[in-house]
Design a protein around this ligand. Sequence first.
Ligand code: ATP
Ligand code: MG
Ligand code: MG
Ligand code: MG
Length: 477
Amino acid sequence: MKHIKVVDLLNNTKTLQEVTAKGWVRTFRNNQFIALNDGSTIQNIQCVVDFENTSEETLRRITTGAAVAVTGTLQESQGKGQKVEIQVTKLEILGDSDAEKYPIQPKKHSLEFLRENAHLRVRTNAFGAIMRVRSALSFAVHQYFQERGFFYVNTPIITGSDAEGAGEMFRVTALPFDGTPRDEEGKVDFKKDFFGKETNLTVSGQLEAETYAMALGQVYTFGPTFRAENSNTSRHLAEFWMIEPEVAFNDLDANMDLAEDFIKYVVRYAVEKCADDLQFLEQRLADEEKQKPQAERSEMSLLEKLNFVLENNFKRVSYTEAIDILKSSTPNKKKKFQYLIDEWGADLQSEHERYLVEKHFKCPVILFDYPAKIKAFYMRLNEDEKTVRAMDILFPGIGEIVGGSQREERYDVLIEKMKALNIPEEEMWWYLDTRRFGSAIHSGFGLGFERLVLFVTGMTNIRDVIPFPRTPQNAEF
Ligand code: ATP
Ligand code: MG
Ligand code: MG
Ligand code: MG
């Protein structure tokens, strides 16, 4: 008999029919009640075993983690919290699970412990919920852009240019460890390697996406990016997924509009499609908040936070205004921020960003018109010649979630910038071609997908929103 997903069984109102479900045992109570989960929903379906007519051996093998197939009639449930249950007539153990050795016990495990069992943690309620939300958000990303006539572009994972990621790149080589060709100075001779030059894993698909925007008009990438981040933070991964739209003829204001509209769309999609999962995560978060001292507790629940973002405009503030605010604020009564930002032109630290978002504006903030010196070479220089048309979107609890800009479309200005930064023209000839042939203003942004998932799920460590996190000293799986 064909099995039916638990999510469909639970929504079924036609009782008294014979059904089969397949999944994994979460708990087995009183030799009678199996809580069966098949991953299709956070909810388990209760399966009532006829223990008098079931062999002792089978009953013994119904352990937490075991894979089972149950057939029986779908009945209205007497238990609270569930409408239907299965009165089991046939039970088959598909795969045993040694209850004593099984790492995922029916209790709350620490997130640290679960990270060490990244291959099994998705069997917990929390990680099942997180990964379903992640999947829904991925789908919403494509749906948003596809519905608006953007084209999905796959930019290369292995790149031959390193203009963007100085110092943060992972090198790609096909050379064997021994017998590596070396030049006279003893350095690896990449000319003799697979690609005939030094290659790296991409840190961003932007530069390539720009070339496509200048032909297809509106494009987006959604792919893995790699950065050898050498610090251990709760916001950085060495391998993460980035969404990068790029639009011809859009200026910075249009870019901000797009980013805000896009974020609201995907968050709304998750709120609507993942109600059960988000409710669970909200409760989980509320329980965690209760452990904290009153003063540190969040005023809003998870869904309140998500709805707040949906219902309010992001606050748009120039870098210069932000510096003024920070200069005159006293974040912890005694100390001002000043000592860190004496000079106009300094990059904001995350404590500044968090202050602006969480304490001052109390809503998502779009900071724009940053000093040229602290931003990448390709950003459009403003008429003041000091600032560039850059924007960062800052979120409560997360900090930077988006980095974007209007791109420098003027060939001469771009060349000047590259010279000043020692970026070799000959390596970037293909990028410069977009400015030589039919150049036009264009803009785009990069949104770190895991930071979005962090925000929507209310989790606090980026390692907990990607199936197999890659961080320094950690590539176990
Ligand atoms: P940060 O200041 O947090 O290090 P960034 O300014 O270096 O970020 P960008 O180059 O602007 O990052 O990349 C665009 C987006 O990609 C960021 O806004 C962020 O959402 C995400 N991102 C950047 N680095 C990482 C990382 N190591 N892990 C996960 N997401 C990241
Ligand atoms: Mg960074
Ligand atoms: Mg940054
Ligand atoms: Mg950035």
